[in-house]
Design a protein around this ligand. Structure first.
Ligand code: F6R
Length: 609
């Protein structure tokens, strides 16, 4: 799980590559490196740690190269170190890699037998030497093609030869790689933001495709070496959309983007006055909707939590049974599936290996496969039969925020669409819900305007070692998501439970050092959850209650209260309680001076199982 870049054009290659890598650090940041051609050899600079360390190492390096490759790493084989950092080199070849080469030991034995010397503990180095070996009698493109054909596992590669300093060869399998098409300049990169400085036109390489980039254009071949054409696509993202836009961190920027991303997610999908929801992307499903036996939602982490919300929405409005599983566990189950089961993978990146593999398995067992993704052209979206994009824009912060609300909203709209097609929900009900939904962006803005109160409370609890989050019904997934956010970025231990479960065990943990955040905005469950609050207080635990504004007058006594704007429909409170949970985690981490955008041990896009 790393970021790769390869650039050829007219700009200073090192600067362009570093700028590209800075947009890919979310994919890994334990070391980084660049290679540019230098008088028949390579100038290679690598550094352990974040990209800034590489910038420092490059400070006094002078080069006029206008082509090169670069890498930001998340270690899989070999600890983070300068020798394990990419690019890796053989005599004439320099190469960077994202993925895992499963048969690297076997290839290494063969290459050692041929006299190659290894200087790293990585699986990647075999690819550099093998390409060198094939390059003795083949073009660079052909040498990479032959190397890729020998590799088992996943890879996105950018490769250069010191003998051909104006050429990059790129290829991929089970790892993302796009080609940015500029004017007289081209960039192969793991993700779109890396190339936005030079273009908004891209080609997505299909599995096993190879691209040869020179200043005069891009040649594409498939795994058999035959010329292929891939349709370019255009993205509207402004380069600054991938930047921090004046916020201290990407995470805060992305939390603040939610009033807009919510609108972008529903854009073109709803006519509130008529109570209509459109999902053109799923139209192909319409003839078989009545035969649908059930839906299975799969995701990981935050996307699993949004799936849990999706289950509640779909069951309520479409009256279809929904199962939710973490994608990694789904792969171990022997769940009977057939063509009347719709399996939907939910993924921000569209590259999560657990989700992708679970979907492949579901397809092999006969289910219809759909995806809810944020990244256009991602692996999961390319493989699914039906895709809905969430249109939340690039999410750079490792901790997911705006992707969650966009996924939850997409699932909510899907529930209404399915409900209408199955005649389980009438247009009046849908209209009421959609009109309430339209008010959500402004209510989020109101909450964001009151962020100081959440910040103040977070600062009170910053030295707490443990936290409990509880909710009921629609706030249960929010409790899970809130606890995940808190542990990910502040490293405070946090547990989340359905409020009713507390008394079945976890309440044993509680005392005056173990505060409880209780989400109770929604009238239907308030009575029960207020009883849970009494149980908690009786154990001496401090309570932070998240209530609706309308309850300001009669909320039960607790140490701290956070009020969200009122909503007519209980479902809508989920979008607001989510913002509270995100801000609370954010300000807790900030109070502890943590690197919010790049929490330890994590990476944005988890492309290994
Ligand atoms: C949490 C987080 C992760 C991701 C998970 C799935 O803040 O970001 O838990 O949600 O790795 O990623 P996607 O949605 O890209 O499949």
């Amino acid at each position: 799980m790393c970021g790769v870049v390869g650039y050829v054009g007219t700009r200073n290659a090192v600067d362009t590559i570093i700028s590209g890598l800075s947009k890919l650090e979310y994919r890994g940041y334990d070391s980084a490196g660049v290679a540019v051609p230098d008088n028949g050899d390579f100038l290679i600079v690598r550094a352990v740690g974040k990209l800034d360390n590489l910038r420092k190492a490059l400070k006094d390096v002078k080069t006029t190269a206008t082509a090169g490759i670069g890498h930001t790493r998340w270690a899989t084989h070999g600890k983070p170190s300068e020798t394990n950092a990419h690019p890796h080199k053989s005599t004439h070849i320099a190469l960077v890699h994202n993925g895992i080469i499963e048969n690297f030991s076997e290839l290494k034995t063969e290459l050692l037998g041929l006299g190659y010397k290894f200087s790293s503990d990585t699986d990647t180095e075999v690819l550099a030497h093998l390409t060198e070996e094939y390059y003795k009698t083949n073009s660079l493109l052909e040498a990479v093609r032959l190397t890729a054909a020998r590799a088992r596992g996943s890879y996105a590669l950018t490769v250069m030869s010191a003998r051909e300093p104006d050429k990059i060869v790129a290829t991929r399998r089970d790892a993302p790689l796009l080609i940015g098409i500029g004017s007289g300049e081209y960039m192969a990169a793991s993700d779109i933001p890396a190339a936005l400085d030079i273009t908004r036109d891209f080609i997505r390489l299909e599995e096993n495709d190879l691209a040869e980039l020179t200043r005069t254009g891009v040649k594409l071949v498939n795994k058999d070496g035959r010329d292929v054409h891939r349709e370019p696509f255009h993205v509207d993202w402004e380069p600054e959309m991938a930047e921090k836009g004046g916020f201290d961190t990407f995470m805060l920027k992305e939390i603040y983007e939610q009033p807009r991303t919510i609108v972008d997610t529903m854009r073109g999908k709803i006519v509130p006055d008529e109570g209509k929801v459109f999902f053109g992307e799923f139209d192909g499903l319409v003839p078989s909707i009545d035969k649908l036996e059930r839906i299975v939602l799969l995701g990981c982490g935050t996307s699993w939590h949004s799936s849990l919300l999706g289950k509640l929405f779909i069951e309520k409005y479409a009256h279809i049974s929904v199962e939710v599983d973490t994608a990694s566990e789904f792969s171990h189950r022997e769940l009977p599936l057939n063509k009347n089961v719709l399996v939907i993978g939910v993924s921000q990146s569209g590259e999560t290996a657990d989700t992708r593999n679970a979907l492949r398995l579901a397809r092999a067992r006969g289910a219809v496969i759909a995806a809810i993704c944020n990244v256009v052209g991602s692996s999961i979206s390319s493989e699914a039969d039906y895709v809905i994009y969430t249109h939340a824009g690039p999410e750079i912060s490792v901790a997911s925020t705006k992707a969650f609300t966009s996924q939850a909203l997409t699932l909510f709209l899907l529930a209404l669409w399915l409900g209408e097609k199955r005649e389980k929900v009438d247009s009046k009900t849908t209209s009421g819900l959609l009109l309430d939904l339209l008010r959500i962006p402004d209510k989020i803005k109101q909450l964001l305007d009151n962020k100081d109160e959440i910040k103040r409370i977070a600062e009170i609890y910053k030295d707490t070692k443990n936290f409990m989050y509880i909710g009921r019904n629609f706030t249960c997934p929010i409790a899970l998501e809130g606890a995940l956010k808190l542990k990910e970025i502040s490293y405070i231990h946090a547990e989340a439970y359905p409020a009713g479960e507390l008394k079945h065990g976890p309440i044993a943990l509680l005392d005056d050092s173990f505060p409880v955040m209780i989400f109770a905005p929604d009238i239907k469950v308030q009575e029960k959850i207020f009883s849970n609050m009494q149980e908690v207080k009786a154990r001496g635990a401090k309570v932070i209650g998240v209530f609706s504004e309308r309850n300001r007058a009669n909320f039960p006594a607790c140490e701290n209260q956070i009020f969200i704007p009122d909503c007519d429909k209980e479902e809508m409170t989920t979008f607001l309680t989510t913002i509270v949970a995100q801000l609370f985690a954010y300000y807790s981490a900030q109070a502890l001076d943590k690197d919010v955008d790049k929490p330890r041990n994590l990476a944005k896009s988890v492309t290994v199982e």
